[in-house]
Ligand binder design. Structure first.
Ligand code: CA
Length: 389
């Protein structure tokens, strides 16, 4: 063993810190579930005793994630070897399931796991993609998430908002778009969603277009909208119904030709195994910040590959979530990888890095190749967005 090896093996986790960040939005926007009025995240920073730091991000509200990370997971981690990401994941998952039963907070586990991978990559001097088995690609095609609802009186106004935003996204270089449907939030039924889909399709021609209902429908309503989506050549039909109705997902997948997508509300490979076994979706969308971190989303993606299901992770977070997702995406075999690149209002996404993620001329995003997540957090901006817990 060389001196360098000996030093690396002696590095231990010194501290696990939580950084709650939040930004109120000037213009709230809606989807099939409700209105978004702020963006908030719990950032996890893990510091090794040699001073190396790793960053992670938890999905969801700050409340809950902060206490779990600080009081349940941090005491387990201090003094541990940060290179042991797999062992630590198993021990944390066991602890949460045992302690919390039905409401195990896997978003907290996910944020810690991402921070551990960032730290491990920096300690070893390797990008996470290589530690996961190696990258197939240096860039990943992206699609634009956006086209949300505004508080308007008439459907025509909503259509105008969406068409303008879609043209703006195409001007930015996007080659694929995703539309929000589920206008029941504004008091309109599925027919309004079909009208909105049709208007956008007619406006953008044959640009690849997906739709996301954010669980707005019953199965019969989803069948009706899904059949219209097929006629309009929609790429996939995301979260047509609530995630608890797996039989409904299986029925829609069997009856519709348009691919049925879902997964942002599911966690752990065990749950995705149940989804795949029941043929409930043809496209799986686990989120690295809630499904169990990089460790577990890589396993979910590998299982999806093994059973011939597409895996396109859900991403709606800060650049930490984007970077973690890009590392996983870069390691997936096949040609149909795709990054969800949210374009909705999010000052944190735009300002948290010294160099924000940007589209290239072909509508793709580069996979970071520096050690760990390969990103540089702007510490001043992090402090600017920090709020009380
Ligand atoms: Ca979604």
């Amino acid at each position: 063993m060389t001196d360098t090896d000996a030093e690396t093996s002696l590095v231990k986790i010194a501290r696990v810190e939580t950084i709650p960040i939040r930004q109120e939005l000037d213009h709230p926007f809606g989807n099939g579930q409700g209105w978004t009025t702020s963006r908030q995240y719990l950032i996890v920073r893990i510091v090794a005793d040699d001073g190396t730091t790793g960053y992670g991000e938890c999905w969801g509200p700050i409340a809950g994630n902060d206490g779990v990370v600080e009081r349940v997971l941090a005491p387990m981690l201090v003094g541990q070897d940060p290179l042991d990401t797999g062992r630590l994941w198993e021990q944390m998952q066991f602890k949460l399931r045992w302690a919390y039963h039905s409401f195990s907070p896997y978003s907290a586990l996910s944020g810690v796991d991402i921070a551990l991978w960032d730290l491990k990559g920096k300690l070893l001097g390797r990008p996470i993609s290589q530690l996961l088995g190696g990258s197939f690609r240096s860039v990943v095609p992206a699609y634009a998430t956006g086209h949300y609802f505004r508080k308007v009186e008439r459907l025509e106004e909503q259509i105008d908002v969406v068409l303008k935003e879609a043209r703006g996204n195409l001007d930015k270089g996007f080659t694929q778009l995703k539309l929000k449907i589920g206008l029941g939030l504004l008091g309109w039924g599925p027919e309004a969603d079909i009208t909105l889909m049709r208007a956008l399709r007619e406006d953008i021609g044959d640009v690849p277009l997906m739709v996301d209902a954010n669980c707005a429908y019953t199965v019969p309503a989803a069948l009706k909208v899904g059949r219209a989506a097929e006629e309009l050549g929609i790429g996939w039909f995301e979260e047509p119904i609530p995630p608890t109705d797996l039989d409904g997902y299986a029925e829609l997948t069997a009856k519709l030709d348009v691919p049925v997508a879902g997964g942002e509300s599911w966690a752990l490979v065990s749950q995705f195994y149940d989804v795949f076994r029941r043929r409930a979706v043809t496209l799986a969308q686990p989120d690295v910040c809630s499904a169990g971190g990089i460790t577990e989303v890589k396993r979910i993606a590998d299982l999806a590959h093994a059973v011939n299901v597409r895996c396109i992770p859900h991403v709606w977070g800060t650049p930490i979530a984007i970077a973690a997702s890009l590392h996983v995406l870069s390691t997936l075999p096949g040609d149909d990888v795709l990054l969800e690149f949210d374009q909705s209002d999010n000052p944190i996404r735009e300002h948290l890095l010294t160099e924000p993620f940007r589209l290239d001329e072909q509508g793709r995003v580069g996979v970071p190749d520096a050690p760990g997540l390969g990103i540089e957090i702007d510490e001043q901006q992090l402090e600017r967005f920090r709020v009380g817990g």
